[in-house]
Design a protein around this ligand. Structure first.
Ligand SMILES: Cc1cc2nc3c(=O)[nH]c(=O)nc-3n(C[C@H](O)[C@H](O)[C@H](O)COP(=O)(O)OP(=O)(O)OC[C@H]3O[C@@H](n4cnc5c(N)ncnc54)[C@H](O)[C@@H]3O)c2cc1C
Ligand code: SF4
Length: 562
């Protein structure tokens, strides 16, 4: 029998990451009483280690096999899940998921800390445009979003001003400019690449728009270029919901953070067709508990939110809560990012230095396939952008020993790499469901993820490698190498679409305000609602949509419609 708290909240928010943090801030600062259920532990700057050298760690960050014992999946992203940060991530053994044998899928970036994935994210913050929201009208594939750019633009402004995003205005319709802080400077490789690619190919490579401060903001200091943001930041110079939105919500006095609370299912009042609360498992005691509220908002990250809804199936909704359409779990999308290229600009290489500032972002090449002014590209629909890294590091992997090695190590190098992030089409047969045979250590049935590349993705991956090579050549790089690997299992940690939005309740789970069509006081405000998965990184749009939906929710509550 689950213990129930007597305290009544206005709203329960599940998950404290990018979306949950904003939901709590917006609602609590407006006076609503919010309970924030977070599966992970509280985050604190005492856990941050961006200035800790590896030699201070027990295993010098050189023993990945020890991390692999508990995090065999998460540690595949070794740059973010390693000896420094492993405790922030889910224990893959205790909280597994399954896949069909022929469809491996790496479900990476599963965090169990306040702040969720924003603790370790790459911070690239790009707007979508009507080329994305109305993509189906442009090329006939899939469905348009139930919103247009003008509906979300004011919320992009609001979120960007608070988050703090460094960027350069470019005046492009396909990648709208935002409310930027002053841009970080481009280095010489980046400037040369940007100028030559624009001049010779008409393509735009801009400073990556990134959630790193260049000016103080709300008590957070500007970035001091130390480099490893994925290990935290004591000056709070990158955006992490743990020390921004969630902290603000708690400061309001209206938000209660309940940590180590693993939501199992949404509880229903079947007679009134209303959500009445959430059943969760206390991860420390393993005891089940119930919490009640007038509204439930899931912000647990796409697949986790779908899992909660699927596990909440009851006699009224036998295929999962709010799933009268049968669409819940389907149309899983996750960017392809397995192709790109690299080259060198030896004439631009400075002598490497251990004390050089490390700019925590590079440049971004804006999508150019299937855009206005060009005929539709014959090989595939939609498009991709590139995230680029410019590296002047020591040649740590140089061959040799002794003097020869030391000399090679210090040899000036200037490597420039491009990684394509490509849109994946929404397909019914990419989906998540419950694996009834497997439970996690808390007794909650786990997800089974079914995902594979379609013909569109395969053709796109090939083209990403080819165009990376062309651009490197146009920019004058030497020693050019390209790669085009199959994208499954995935790496992009930008999953979306498993409870998609739409205006037709027969074909979608959520409406334009991420309110379930079936149950008026139940919302899903993470990327589950994305109708398509544009090639731009999703989090800025997740946050802007969430704030818009919260405003709608508060209007409806005022009118007593919820
Ligand atoms: C390494 C990495 C790099 C990335 N780089 C970028 C980037 O450059 N740009 C970009 O736009 N995006 C990036 N992303 C993706 C970005 O982090 C996510 O899009 C974003 O954080 C998703 O927000 P969310 O609110 O849906 O979920 P999250 O931020 O993941 O938060 C979900 C929270 O819910 C909690 N939770 C899960 N299940 C439950 C449950 N059952 N009960 C209670 N709580 C639960 C989790 O513990 C977590 O704290 C990156 C992600 C990773 C991992
Ligand atoms: S590079 Fe900047 S934002 Fe990143 S951890 Fe260092 S100071 Fe913070």
């Amino acid at each position: 029998m689950a213990e129930s708290t007597t305290k009544k909240y206005d709203v329960i928010v599940v998950g404290s990451g990018a979306s949950g943090g904003w939901a709590c801030k917006r609602l609590a600062e407006s006076g609503l009483k919010v309970a924030l259920l977070e599966a992970g532990r509280p985050q604190s700057s005492a856990n941050f280690s961006e200035h800790t050298p590896a030699f201070e760690l027990k295993y010098r960050n050189l023993a990945p096999e020890i991390v692999r014992k508990t995090r065999p999946i998460q540690s595949q992203m070794a740059d973010v899940c390693n000896e420094y940060t492993q405790d922030w991530f889910v224990n893959d053994i205790e909280e597994p998921y399954t896949t069909p044998a022929d469809k491996p899928f790496n479900w990476l970036g599963r965090l169990r800390m306040t702040g969720g994935r924003t603790n370790v994210w790459g911070r690239v913050s790009l707007r979508f445009s009507d080329w994305d929201f109305k993509a189906a009208s442009h090329d006939g594939y899939g469905e348009d979003w139930p919103i247009s750019y003008k509906d979300i633009a004011p919320y992009y402004d609001l979120v960007e001003k608070y988050v703090g995003i460094t960027g350069m205005a470019e005046g492009l319709e396909e990648l709208p400019d935002g409310q930027f802080q002053p841009p970080m400077a481009l280095n010489c490789q980046e400037s040369v690449f940007r100028d030559r690619v624009k001049q010779k190919m008409g393509r735009t490579a801009t400073l990556t728009r990134s959630a790193n401060l260049t000016q103080s903001l709300n008590g957070r200091g500007p970035c001091h270029y130390c480099g490893p943001c994925e290990r935290g930041c004591v000056t709070k110079s990158y955006f992490n919901s743990a020390f921004t939105t969630v902290a603000d919500a708690l400061k309001s006095g209206n938000c209660t953070l309940i940590s180590n609370a693993m939501a199992f299912k949404v509880l229903m009042d079947g007679d009134r067709n209303r959500a009445r609360g959430v059943l969760y498992i206390d991860r420390i005691t393993r005891a089940p508990r119930e919490i009640q509220a007038r509204v439930v908002i899931l912000c647990a990250q796409s697949q986790e939110s779908a899992r909660i809804l699927l596990n909440s199936a009851n006699s009224q909704y036998p295929n999962g809560l709010a799933n009268s359409s049968g669409v819940l779990g389907h149309y899983l999308m996750a960017h392809v990012r397995s192709a790109g290229g690299r080259g060198e600009f030896p004439e631009l290489a400075p002598a490497p230095s251990l004390s050089a500032p490390i700019k925590p972002l590079g440049i971004y090449i804006v999508r150019f396939r299937n855009m206005k002014g060009n005929p539709p590209f014959k090989k595939f629909l939609r498009g991709y952008g590139f995230e680029c890294d410019s590296n002047f590091d020591f040649n740590w992997g140089a061959p040799g020993f002794g003097e020869a090695y030391k000399k090679a190590l210090r040899e000036p190098r200037a490597e420039f790499s491009l990684t394509g992030f490509g849109e994946v089409l929404p397909r019914w047969d990419n989906f998540v469901g419950i694996d009834k045979k497997v439970k996690d250590v808390y007794g909650i049935p786990v997800l089974k993820i079914h995902m594979s590349d379609g013909e569109n993705e395969k053709a796109m991956i090939k083209d990403i490698a080819e165009s990376a090579g062309e651009m490197l050549e146009a920019a004058g790089a030497k020693n050019i190498r390209t790669r085009a690997n199959p994208s499954a299992p995935r790496w992009a940690v930008h999953e979306a679409g498993v409870a998609r939005m739409g205006s037709d309740p027969r074909k979608s789970v959520l409406d334009q305000f991420q309110q379930t069509h079936d149950i008026k006081n139940l919302f899903v405000m993470d990327a589950s609602g994305f109708t398509s998965n544009p090639c731009q990184n999703p989090t800025l749009t997740i946050m802007a949509l969430c704030v818009r939906s919260c405003d709608h929710l508060m209007d409806e509550m005022k009118r007593s419609n919820i």
